[in-house]
Design a protein around this ligand. Structure first.
Ligand SMILES: Nc1ncnc2c1ncn2[C@@H]1O[C@H](COP(=O)(O)OP(=O)(O)OP(=O)(O)O)[C@@H](O)[C@H]1O
Ligand SMILES: [Mg+2]
Length: 235
């Protein structure tokens, strides 16, 4: 479904990604793990078209998308839950959710999209008229995930969705993400909490200094001494 081959990405004159390769199959749950500044967010940004790809290729559903706009990628079924949620705190929950359906193709489906999000996160239905900034961290994360679902994605990119979320709500959000995955949505999850990530995904990549350096199934990674050395003490 998604294939990155040796991509490079620059932030201004600074190279952030040097050589990132990864593949995500249809309906797969894949992790992207790595330390602060390794290039995880930049990789997700390059996939959805926030950053142009300076070298290498990004293919999605058989098409080269390395220089395609974000709106085209969203219309094609890619959606991002950005790092730090990026909500409009002074706007209502429902207004924030509706922002996720800005693509012309998604607009007729706003009512249906809201219904789906409220069914997944009933607390958001109760708080639909409240300003997003008044919600707890976990509830705000639900809004960010809900907004990403409004475009009815086939591939959901999640950038550290559990930061600032209370443990009870982490469990609830994980349950909902599993439901969404069971409904056929493919996911690429960026996480710094290795145990939590490996609980959720089937396979993961490790990124270091802008390069993918390790890849494997959950079992293979857990049994790999190199992986254990890298992440010992990181959690
Ligand atoms: N908008 C930007 N402008 C300039 N440099 C940036 C920008 N965003 C990221 N960088 C740099 O690119 C590199 C990769 O950053 P990135 O945010 O992708 O890492 P990350 O793995 O997501 O880190 P974190 O775990 O802290 O979120 C870092 O050196 C970072 O300082
Ligand atoms: Mg990041």
């Amino acid at each position: 479904m998604l294939e990155l081959s040796s991509i490079a990405v620059d932030h201004g004159s600074q190279r952030a990604l040097w050589d990132v390769s990864l593949e995500v199959g249809e309906r797969e749950l894949v992790g992207l793990l790595g330390a602060n500044g390794a290039g995880k967010s930049t990789t997700l940004g390059a996939i959805i078209g926030l950053y142009p790809v300076a070298a290498g290729s990004v293919r999605y559903s058989g098409e080269e998308i390395g220089s395609r706009s974000t709106s085209r990628n969203v219309a094609a079924g890619i959606s991002l839950v950005p790092e730090g949620r990026r909500l409009f705190g002074e706007m209502q929950v429902e207004e924030n959710l509706a922002m996720g359906a800005y693509a012309p193709a998604a607009r007729p489906g706003v009512a249906r999209g809201l219904e789906r999000v409220y069914a997944l996160f009933p607390i958001l239905a109760q708080k639909r008229r409240q300003n997003a900034g008044e919600l707890s961290g976990g509830q705000q994360q639900m809004v960010a995930i809900g907004r990403a679902l409004m475009s009815n994605p086939k591939l959901l990119l999640l950038d550290e969705p559990f930061i600032g979320v209370a443990p009870m709500l982490v469990e609830e959000i994980l349950r909902v993400l599993r439901d969404i995955a069971a409904g056929g949505v493919t996911m690429l999850l960026v996480e710094q909490n290795i145990h939590r990530a490996l609980d959720f995904v089937e396979r993961a990549y490790v990124i270091e200094n802008g390069r993918t350096v390790l890849e494997g199934t959950r079992e293979a990674l857990v049994g790999n001494p190199e992986f254990n050395n890298k992440f010992l003490g990181l959690d």
